[in-house]
Design a protein around this ligand. Structure first.
Ligand SMILES: [Zn+2]
Length: 365
């Protein structure tokens, strides 16, 4: 299981009925709300068993101490309050108090803490061989530099609000502070974001004009996104690429370093950052391709974005592909709606792609 924005009834009953309430490997790609709030609800369930948890928090900084629970509670409260104001700055109506629980639950619940990997996961992590038939994981993001940068922000922010050095703090709640503080700096980043004009398909009457939409400049993503895990899951001669919200340049660098510049084919690719226009660079797309692209989550306006879709489908099809299928389950996304309109159908035909709202993919043997 990789991430969970909200533990809906659909997700819950899948875990119960299809997985018998057991999860072999749980991967939380990064600390952003839209990736872990549902995980907090999952970890709270008494009847769930998990064999392995991968989640980069601050598990290596002082997490074995005891500290003063009163001071901890006070500081956690203080951060939660800062984070809650102004209301509505977060994804949907997700409560921040709930989101803070992932680190708390991992520390509190012995059954989870035991299986939580304490070493940070990065591009330097060696191949992880999973149990039995599950194959292996190869991590392509984040770099150790990004993890250090994130830790530095944490140290500074902690000092600013709590007026004491985290290195002198023996609290076992350090990962909880880390989660709160990382989210706080993320919020600052979002507030400083100037909303750009959203490209639409209106007025683009030819394939060439559509292809040009992908030619926009790509900015780097926020620090918490750049710290996102991204990985290949390889088993049974199949491989899939799961990108979390990772930065394309980091992923492209690791693929180049590990495999060179030959095009690498995947059974499916989970597109990074919900298909925002600053994800999925041309440089990454020169290195990877697939018949199936999955856009998970998203929003109505620009996730997935027309820029990213253009970049994905504008490349010539590689030999083994007949078409590309873009899977998007976000309802009422304006870009997908536009692409489905009668006068835009020529794009799907000419660029050999189709759209699907199915949220699953069966692997053929
Ligand atoms: Zn996200």
């Amino acid at each position: 299981m990789v991430d969970c924005c909200s533990l809906t009834n659909e997700v819950s009953s899948y875990i119960c009925e299809e997985l018998g309430n057991h999860i072999d490997v749980l991967i939380i790609t990064h600390i952003d709300n839209d990736h872990l709030v549902g995980i907090a609800s999952l970890l709270e369930k008494k009847n769930i068993s998990i064999s392995k948890i991968y989640f980069n928090c601050a598990q290596q900084v002082g997490s074995n101490g005891h500290g003063d629970p009163k001071i901890d509670a006070c500081e956690i409260q203080r951060y939660s309050e800062v984070l809650n104001c102004p209301a509505g700055a977060f994804v949907g109506k997700i409560s921040i108090t709930k989101a803070a629980l992932v680190a708390q639950l991992l520390l509190k619940e012995e059954r989870h803490n035991r299986v939580w990997e304490k070493c940070y996961i990065s591009t330097e992590t060696s191949i992880i061989h999973l149990e039995k038939q599950w194959g292996k994981l190869i991590f392509l993001s984040p770099t150790q530099d990004i993890l250090r940068e994130q830790e530095d922000v944490f140290y500074r922010e902690y000092y600013r609000v709590c007026k004491r050095n985290i290195r002198e703090c023996s609290s076992k709640n350090v990962p909880v502070f880390f989660e709160l503080i990382s989210r706080l700096s993320e919020k600052k980043h979002k507030n400083g974001d100037v909303k750009g004009k959203i490209s639409s398909l209106n007025g683009y009457k030819t394939v060439t004009q559509f292809e040009q939409l992908g030619e926009t400049k790509i900015d780097s993503l926020s620090l918490s996104n750049r710290a996102s895990l991204a990985f290949e899951w390889i088993g049974n001669k199949k491989r899939i690429l799961v990108l979390g919200d990772a930065d394309s340049e980091i992923v492209a660098d690791s693929i180049l370093q590990k495999y060179g510049d030959a095009l690498r084919m995947y059974e499916l690719i989970k597109v990074s950052h919900h298909g925002s226009k600053h994800s999925t660079s041309k440089r990454l797309l020169e290195l990877v391709d697939s018949e199936h692209y999955f856009f998970t989550g998203g929003n109505k306006k620009d996730r997935p974005s027309v820029e990213t879709i253009s970049r994905i489908v504008s490349r010539p099809l590689s030999k083994s592909l007949k078409q590309r299928v873009l899977h998007c389950t976000m309802k009422n996304n304006s870009v997908i709606n536009e692409l489905q309109k009668e006068n835009n159908l020529f794009l799907q035909a000419d660029l050999h792609f189709s759209l699907s709202n199915e949220n699953f993919h069966d692997f053929e043997d």
